[in-house]
Design a protein around this ligand. Structure first.
Ligand SMILES: Cc1cc2nc3c(=O)[nH]c(=O)nc-3n(C[C@H](O)[C@H](O)[C@H](O)COP(=O)(O)O)c2cc1C
Length: 330
């Protein structure tokens, strides 16, 4: 049984990865319904939060039904991080997660995200200060290291644990790799195999099939799998992995009706949460995957992703429902 602080997250939990513009409340709700055991918000800027930047503050919205939920923050300035812990606490999350893995230039250049992998002492002291500043469990999400020649993740994880970090999720790539190549889970298994480690070690990177999730559990011996891209437009991924673990068999893919219903609910929840304009815009990236496999789908997809009017998108869903009813997904 894995535990994050006092929170029991079950046997080999599946965690929805924090993903910018993806892991918002509507999407988290869908993933939760399909079996995600822990969900995370997208990363939120500590500098934005302390300046009350509307966009950052909105990302703090969480709902009872999605618990346990972690709010992820990033930054490199101690004062700003501590102040944002206080702001984050007011939203009542179960976990505060620190992003020490984001590879994008605008974050890294300020020493935040994966930028901190160049200064492990700062990474550890920032974590320690945050742990001391809150009663909530603090977890860390990071990468293997800055680049191939500087991978010290076993030592880093142990130091983070020693200052009170309650779980660590490790993406099996370095910052230098960005998203290229394959994620290497071997160094993550080394972290887990360190006899001094007692906090959960979650693996992340390229879990894109139930078999891969099982490999992470059985071959690499990790405590849970954090899943990102495989869930975009496919929240059923969580239930498919769980079914495979239980039965050793693949669950049939969701029917067309289930997909249309999910797309409708997703869009409606997004509109309710952030208004029509943003709701329509930010749900677009999911549709390709929702309807992946349907031949000659372009015409319908274009209708879904080009109109700013929610009524047009709902009408496209109706058309798809009528046109492809009974379509058998492979
Ligand atoms: C669109 C997108 C946005 C992301 N945003 C975040 C983020 O806000 N915070 C974070 O820690 N990682 C972020 N990531 C990285 C993922 O959490 C994850 O580490 C990475 O995608 C590898 O896992 P996967 O192969 O299962 O997708 C993002 C990834 C994607 C694809």
């Amino acid at each position: 049984m894995a535990k994050i602080g006092d929170i029991n997250v079950g046997e080999f939990p599946l965690l929805l990865a924090p993903m910018e513009d993806v892991s918002d409340p509507p999407f988290r709700a869908l993933c939760k319904e399909q079996g995600a055991d822990v969900v995370y918000t997208e990363f939120i800027s500590s500098e934005g939060l302390i300046r009350d930047a509307a966009k950052s503050v909105m990302k703090l919205d969480i709902y009872e039904k999605e618990r346990p939920v972690g709010i992820q923050i990033f930054g490199a300035n101690l004062e700003s991080m501590l102040q944002s812990v206080e702001i984050v606490e007011k939203s009542g999350p179960d976990i505060i997660d620190i992003n020490f893995g984001c590879p994008v230039k605008k974050v890294v250049s300020k020493g935040a995200g994966a930028g901190i992998l160049k200064d492990i002492d700062l990474m550890v002291s920032l974590t320690e200060a945050m742990v001391k500043h809150t009663k909530l469990p603090v977890t860390v999400k990071t990468r293997l290291g800055w680049d191939h020649d500087s991978i010290k993740i076993v030592e880093v994880a142990e130091r983070l644990q020693d200052v009170g970090c309650q779980a660590i999720a490790i993406h099996g790539r370095t910052r230098a790799q960005m998203y290229k190549g394959e994620a290497d889970w071997r160094p993550i298994a080394e972290v887990k195999n360190n006899p001094r480690m007692h906090i959960p070690v979650f693996g992340n990177g390229d879990v894109d099939s139930p078999e891969r999730a099982m490999e992470m559990r059985d071959k690499f011996g990790l405590d849970g799998a954090m899943i990102g891209r495989a869930s975009i437009g496919y929240p059923w991924f969580f239930r498919e992995v769980k079914h495979y673990f239980k039965t050793g068999e693949h669950l049939a893919p969701p029917s067309l009706q289930e997909r249309v219903d999910a797309a409708r609910r997703h869009l409606q929840m997004a509109i309710d949460w952030k208004g029509e304009k943003l709701g329509v815009f930010e749900t677009r990236r999911h549709y390709t995957n929702y309807f992946k496999g349907i031949p000659h789908f372009k015409e319908y997809r274009m209708k879904m992703v080009t109109s700013d009017d929610a009524a047009d998108v709902f009408a496209a869903f109706d058309e798809v429902e009528k046109e492809f009813s009974g379509y058998e997904f492979a």
